[in-house]
Write a protein that binds this ligand. Structure first.
Ligand SMILES: Cc1cc2nc3c(=O)[nH]c(=O)nc-3n(C[C@H](O)[C@H](O)[C@H](O)COP(=O)(O)OP(=O)(O)OC[C@H]3O[C@@H](n4cnc5c(N)ncnc54)[C@H](O)[C@@H]3O)c2cc1C
Ligand SMILES: NC(=O)c1ccc[n+]([C@@H]2O[C@H](COP(=O)([O-])OP(=O)(O)OC[C@H]3O[C@@H](n4cnc5c(N)ncnc54)[C@H](O)[C@@H]3O)[C@@H](O)[C@H]2O)c1
Length: 492
């Protein structure tokens, strides 16, 4: 590593400027892959993160939430055990045990990440970073000392945090965010969830399955408003069957009391006020980009009107040789997109033109059962005037789902008339994400749906359900009112 002037890095002294080929501010998944990859290509790379080795996904977001959700699903199976012919004399949920399984997983991931940093020769720097000049960052280390880093290229990937809206009393209520909710050592007596999106729905179901009373307050009348109404309605019925109270189309006016003791959420729906009183409140009402205090103004990096870092479709910021990836760049908020953002920047830095435009954005809501989608749904196709043929079958038509006693939900696919190309696929059911991925691969290959229909797929698998789906009778979009309910008579 090259250094400039002779000076020390101790508090009060002016730090040496250290030169790197690539400095990365914020160590999320895309950043981590960037560090390891560029270092593997012989570049000098430093990653700065103030708290998390690997960023949110392995520490406080995707993987810990899926770990806790799995424990909750085990609890659900315990409750249903007689359905499977297994009788037991009651069971106890020990949230400290649930938490420890998650913590052990996170520790294991952190060890692997640190080991990879060592093996690749990239440097992980624990500290708070901010720009002091173009492509130059000051990092405040845990002991209060400072390092100054300059990168030939810089990537900014500082992510987002849970939005705490300026609702009177909300900040004072010491509400949980997903971070604290994933660290609970006891089952809340009554959890009130503000927000009915991904975090709210996944965690509401999990915590309900641990035995908590749960109420979800959502501003929009429809759960997952971007999805087709039949999907949202099936999700709503699932939550009702789970014993979760849904207050949709409801606005939070103020909050009083303290989460962890007694907390009241004062709401209004169609002009009618209602006070919900519970033991805990979880705020899951969207995300705020982490851009404050980064000194972006010293580096020529501009923000969008929504507060995200302004980038073009090659993920270049308004400053030369400074790139932004992941959630802070306004990219869709999924780890696989943060990974793809890394690929885009990697190629562009290496002189290969690569853009984000037109890429696939598959996703899965990890409720039980899951909701997964790739490509167009009916709502989007109709809004864009795109004609389609709709194939739709209930999960009951999937024989593997029957063996599992998991027949809730349905599969639906939109096909382009004339070409038989798959325009989109949505699954609400057991293994939805895995089934969707099989369809996605067919879409990547540009295969007509008939290739899936006529494929020899292993019996009995969930993916085999694509055969009855694509063998069923399609309906032309001109004849499909939105929100057709699942056709129980579809062929098995
Ligand atoms: C509860 C939850 C569950 C989720 N589940 C899924 C899922 O199942 N699947 C999925 O695809 N996505 C999921 N997501 C979304 C996913 O976690 C993110 O999209 C993904 O982690 C990408 O984040 P990122 O790389 O943009 O930022 P992050 O991973 O958040 O990285 C940003 C990093 O920057 C650091 N940082 C910020 N400011 C500074 C600074 N000044 N100095 C130093 N470091 C700084 C932070 O400490 C952080 O580690 C979930 C999110 C949440 C909240
Ligand atoms: N399985 C996954 O891939 C997964 C899981 C969790 C999170 N994520 C990602 O993280 C992002 C953030 O998740 P999130 O759940 O925080 O945000 P979100 O945008 O998914 O949902 C927030 C919801 O809260 C509602 N809301 C906002 N303010 C409200 C208020 N005052 N009162 C009531 N409702 C209010 C919004 O209408 C919205 O429906 C997601 O968009 C997703 O991309 C992904």
């Amino acid at each position: 590593m090259q250094t400039e002037t002779i000076s020390s890095n101790h508090p009060g002294k002016f730090p040496t400027t250290e030169h790197f080929d690539l400095v990365i501010l914020g160590g999320g998944t895309g950043s981590t892959l960037a560090a390891w990859t560029f270092a593997g290509e012989g570049k000098r790379v430093a990653v700065i993160d103030r708290k998390y080795i690997g960023g949110s996904c392995p520490n406080i977001a995707c993987l810990p939430s899926k770990n806790i959700i799995h424990s909750a699903n085990v609890a659900s199976l315990f409750r249903r055990s007689e359905e499977f012919g297994i009788v037991h004399r009651g069971f106890t949920i020990d949230m400290t045990g649930v938490r420890e399984r998650k913590r052990a997983m996170v520790r294991g991931l952190n060890d692997i990440y640190l080991d990879n940093y060592r093996k690749t020769g990239s440097e992980f720097i624990l500290g708070e970073g901010r720009f002091t000049a173009p492509k130059t960052l000051a990092v405040t280390l845990p002991d209060g000392s400072t390092r100054q880093l300059h990168g030939t290229h810089v990537i900014v990937s500082t992510g987002t945090r849970a939005t705490i809206e300026s609702i009177p009393g909300l900040a004072e209520s010491k509400s949980l965010t997903h971070i604290e909710a994933l660290e609970l050592g006891e089952i809340p007596e009554h959890l009130i969830v503000i927000g009915s999106g991904y975090v709210g729905l996944e965690l509401a179901q999990a915590i309900r399955r641990f035995g908590s009373r749960v109420t979800v307050v959502g501003r929009r009348p429809q759960l997952m408003p971007q999805e087709d109404e039949d999907i949202a309605d099936a999700l709503r019925l699932l939550f009702i069957d789970e014993g979760i109270e849904l207050c949709l189309g409801t606005h939070v006016r103020h909050v009083s009391g303290t989460s962890g003791g007694s907390v009241s959420v004062h709401t209004e729906q169609n002009g009618i006020g209602r006070t919900l009183t519970g033991s805990h409140v979880l705020v899951a009402a969207g995300r705020t980009p982490n851009t404050q205090g980064l000194g972006l103004e010293h580096a020529g990096i501009e923000l969008t009107h929504r507060g995200y870092i302004k980038v073009n479709n090659r993920l270049q910021t308004t400053a030369a040789d400074v790139w932004a990836i992941g959630e802070v760049a306004g990219s869709p908020q999924f780890t696989h997109i943060s990974v793809d953002d890394f690929r885009v920047v990697h190629d562009n830095i290496n002189g290969i033109d690569h853009v984000t435009s037109g890429r696939q954005v598959p996703y899965c809501l990890f409720t039980d059962p899951e909701l997964a989608r790739i490509g167009l749904n009916e709502k989007e196709a109709k809004a864009s005037g795109i004609p389609y043929r709709l194939f739709k079958i209930p999960m009951e038509a999937n024989l593997r789902a029957r063996t599992l006693s998991e027949t809730r939900g349905f599969l639906k696919a939109l096909i382009e008339p004339g070409t038989d190309r798959i325009l989109g696929f949505t699954a609400f059911g057991v293994g939805a994400a895995e089934i969707m991925s099989a369809v996605q691969i067919a879409m990547i290959a540009g295969l007509p749906y008939t290739r899936l229909r006529d494929a020899v797929l292993t019996h009995p698998t969930l993916v085999e359900g694509l055969i009855p789906l694509f063998s069923s009778n399609p309906v032309d979009s001109a004849e499909t009112p939105l929100a057709r309910t699942a056709d129980a008579s579809a062929p098995a």
